[in-house]
Design a binder for this molecule. Sequence first.
Ligand code: 5GP
Length: 205
Amino acid sequence: MAQAFLEKGFLVVISGPSGVGKTTFCQALLKDEPRSVYSVSATTRPPRNGEVQGRDYHFLSEKEFFKMRDSGGLLEWASVHEWYYGTPREPIERWLKENRIVLLDVDVQGGESIKKALPEDVFIFILPPSLEVLEKRLSHRGTDQDAEVKKRLKNAPFEIGHMKSYAYIVVNDKFYEAYARVKAIVEAEKSRISRVVLPAWTSSM
Ligand code: 5GP
């Protein structure tokens, strides 16, 4: 529910090992929160079946990616699973000016870089109930070749090892319970006093 005064925009950085459900959380938030937008990353990874250029990722060649990075076009970038990924800077700056809530699905390296630059933003780590469950979810997802699944599983301990950099941790066992928590975090962060333009009538008090 909207409050009677202006609330500033902020970033919600969602990280966690591949297969934990980050995309599903972002999609659900996009439906529920009218002020939210999704930051579409740039990547050198080739598209999976069904992925759409500009909607899921900006799929770039290495040359294009490096050009964007070297001209300052990326807010952060990292090498993940042997591909490059990065967050385009321009839309983020524009959305924050428009007081939007910007959802980012980035790895822990990206999360830590953003935290250094923008520590007031919202950092949520999604943890699977166990590594076994993660493995099952990843192999049943059916979107990646076996080699890609293996790379993603191998990387899970690295991601989980960095979760203490995050302010919030949510275990994705039953999605609807986990999502209720993520939603509650975002809802609470909207009311953080530093993000609110206080009404004029309170200024003399
Ligand atoms: P996938 O190839 O499965 O879509 O993503 C692989 C990993 O890259 C995921 O952990 C995802 O969070 C991360 N990732 C996606 N976009 C970005 C980005 O812009 N920056 C960083 N640092 N990681 C990203």
